[in-house]
Design a protein around this ligand. Structure first.
Ligand code: COA
Length: 434
C-alpha cells in the first residue's frame, strides 16, 4: 500500500510492504504532474514495478512538449499548438523544439540557409535506391536511407558533428522521402531546388519529372508546412521513446532516427491516417450508409473501429484535429475539390459526436481523421502518408535525443522483467526425448 505524506514540497509517499516501509520521493513537473521516484525500490525492497506498455511510467524529465489529454492541450516548449499553427513555420518550429527558444531573425535565416545548402544526397545514393525492389514501400526505404547516412558521415561524435548531423537530417529527409516515392514509381529522382522553401522543395521533388516542370501552388506548400508543424512532437510516444532508447546506448543520431522511423511505420502508430482513407472508401463503396458503419463500430460482435477516433492521451478533443478540420475545408475549397471522402468524414463526425457510445467512451476525432483527406487532396499517395508523418516528427525526435544526451540522469535503457518461464531443469539428450 502507498500513502502520500503531507508536505509543502513534492514530499514522499510511503510504500508499505512485507519487509517494512519505504519512503519514496515525489517529483513534480512544472505543470503540476507528480511522479513517484522509484530509483531505490529494488535496492531497498528487492521488488520492481510492473507496467506493460509503460502507461504509468515517466521514463525521463522533459522540457520539449506538454500534453494535457483531459483538456486537449498541446504545447511545444510552452507555446500552444494553435498559435504555432497560425503564426509559425515548420523550420521555425524545428529550431524552437531543438534549441528551446524561438529563433531570432538572424538565427532563423542562418538555419534556413544551412538546411537549404545540405539538401542534396551523395550520388552513391542512386545506386542504393536502385538496389531495392521496385515496389519497395517508401517507409522502410526512408529508414534504411537515414541509417545509411551514418556511413557517409562517420566522424567521432562532437558537438559540431551533432550540429552538422541535425542540419543534414532536416535537409536531406525530404530528398530521401521524395526519392523513395520516385523509386516506387520507377521515375528518376528529382534534385532539390534550393530557391524553393522547405515544403515547396519537397512537393517539387515529389511531383516534377525531368521532362515536365511542376509549379508548386503556395496553398499546397502552406498546407504541407502546417501538417509538419502539427506532427513535430508529441512527447514520449512509441517512436520518440524508441529514438531515446536507441540513443541511450550512445548509438549515433542517424541510427536513432532510423529506428524511430521504423517504430512509426507500425499501424498502431503512424499508419492510422491510411486506415481512415480506407474506411471512408469502404463506406462509400458500400453505399455511403454512415449510420450503419457507426453501429458496426459500436458493436462488440464486430472488430470494426471508427478509424481516426479515440486517443490514448486525448480524452476530450485532439487540438491538432480541430486545426486540421478547418485546414481541410480551406484547402479543398481553395483547390475547388469536391471530396466525397470529406463529406462522409463530416457526417461520421457529426453522428459519432452525438452518439452516447462515443460520448461515454470519450472518443473524439484525432489528428489522423483529417490528415489523410488533406494528403489525398494534395496528391500524396496513400503509401506516403506515414512518411509525411516522419518528415514532420523529425525535429521532435532530434530535440528529445539531444535532451536525453544532455540529461545527467540518462543511463542505458534496460528494463527488467517478471520471469514466468520454466524454473531450473535438467537438459534431456535428444534421443531420450519423446
Ligand atoms: C487510439 C486507440 C488505439 C486508443 O486506444 P486505448 O486508449 O487503448 O483505448 P481502448 O482500445 O482500450 O478502447 C477503450 C474503449 O473504447 C472503444 N474504442 C476505442 N476506440 C474506438 C474506436 N475508434 N471506435 C469504436 N470504439 C472504440 C473500445 O472498444 C473500448 O471499449 P470498451 O471499454 O467498451 O471495451 C483507439 O482509440 C483506436 O483504436 N482508435 C482507432 C485507431 C486510430 O485512430 N489510431 C490513431 C491514434 S492517433
Amino acid at each position: 500500500m502507498a500513502t502520500a505524506a503531507p508536505s509543502s514540497g513534492p514530499g514522499t509517499v510511503n510504500l508499505q510492504y512485507d519487509g517494512g516501509t519505504l519512503a519514496l520521493p515525489l517529483i513534480k513537473g512544472s505543470e503540476g504532474e507528480v511522479g513517484i521516484d522509484i530509483a531505490q525500490l529494488r535496492a531497498k525492497t528487492g521488488m520492481i514495478t510492473f507496467d506493460p506498455g509503460l502507461g504509468n511510467t515517466g521514463a525521463c524529465r522533459s522540457k520539449v512538449a506538454f500534453i494535457d489529454g483531459e483538456k486537449g492541450i498541446l504545447r511545444y516548449r510552452g507555446y500552444p499548438i494553435e498559435e504555432l499553427a497560425k503564426k509559425s513555420t515548420f523550420l521555425e518550429v524545428a529550431w524552437l523544439l531543438i534549441h528551446g527558444e524561438l529563433p531570432t531573425k538572424a538565427e532563423l535565416d542562418t538555419f534556413a540557409a544551412d538546411v537549404t545548402r545540405h539538401t542534396m544526397l551523395h550520388e552513391n545514393f542512386n545506386r542504393f535506391f536502385d538496389a531495392l525492389p521496385k515496389d519497395a514501400h517508401p517507409m522502410p526505404v526512408c529508414a534504411a536511407a537515414v541509417g545509411a547516412l551514418a556511413t557517409f558521415y562517420q566522424q567521432p561524435e562532437t558537438d559540431q558533428h551533432v550540429h552538422d548531423t541535425i542540419t543534414r537530417l532536416i535537409a536531406k529527409m525530404p530528398t530521401i522521402a521524395a526519392a523513395s516515392y520516385k523509386h516506387s514509381l520507377g521515375q528518376p529522382s528529382i534534385y532539390p531546388q534550393n530557391a524553393l522553401d522547405y515544403a515547396s522543395n519537397f512537393l517539387h521533388m515529389m511531383f516534377a519529372t525531368p521532362c515536365e516542370h511542376y509549379h508548386v501552388d503556395p496553398t499546397l506548400a502552406r498546407a504541407v508546412d502546417l501538417l509538419f508543424i502539427l506532427h513535430a512532437d508529441h512527447e514520449q510516444n512509441c517512436s520518440t521513446s524508441t529514438v531515446r532508447v536507441v540513443g541511450s546506448s550512445k548509438a549515433n543520431l542517424f541510427a536513432s532516427i532510423s529506428a524511430g522511423i521504423s517504430a512509426l511505420w507500425g499501424p498502431l502508430h503512424g499508419g492510422a491516417n491510411q486506415e481512415v482513407i480506407e474506411m471512408l472508401d469502404r463506406i462509400e463503396a458500400e453505399g455511403g450508409d454512415v449510420h450503419k458503419f457507426v453501429e458496426l463500430a459500436k458493436s462488440k460482435k464486430d472488430h470494426t473501429r471508427l478509424m481516426g477516433f479515440g486517443h490514448r492521451v486525448y480524452k476530450n478533443f485532439d487540438p491538432r484535429a480541430v486545426i486540421l478540420k478547418k485546414a481541410c475545408g480551406d484547402v479543398l475549397t481553395l483547390l475547388g475539390i469536391k471530396s466525397k471522402q470529406l463529406e462522409i468524414a463530416m457526417k461520421l463526425e457529426e453522428i459519432a459526436l452525438a452518439d452516447d457510445y462515443f460520448i461515454s467512451h470519450k472518443l473524439y476525432p484525432n489528428v489522423d481523421f483529417y490528415s489523410g483527406i488533406i494528403y489525398k487532396a494534395l496528391g500524396i499517395p496513400v503509401n506516403m502518408f506515414t512518411v509525411m508523418f516522419a518528415l514532420g516528427r523529425l525535429p521532435g525526435w532530434i530535440a528529445q535525443w539531444i535532451e536525453m544526451r544532455h540529461d545527467p540522469d540518462t543511463r542505458i535503457t534496460r528494463p527488467r522483467q517478471i520471469y514466468t518461464g520454466a524454473t531450473c531443469r535438467e537438459y534431456v539428450p535428444i534421443e531420450q526425448r519423446g
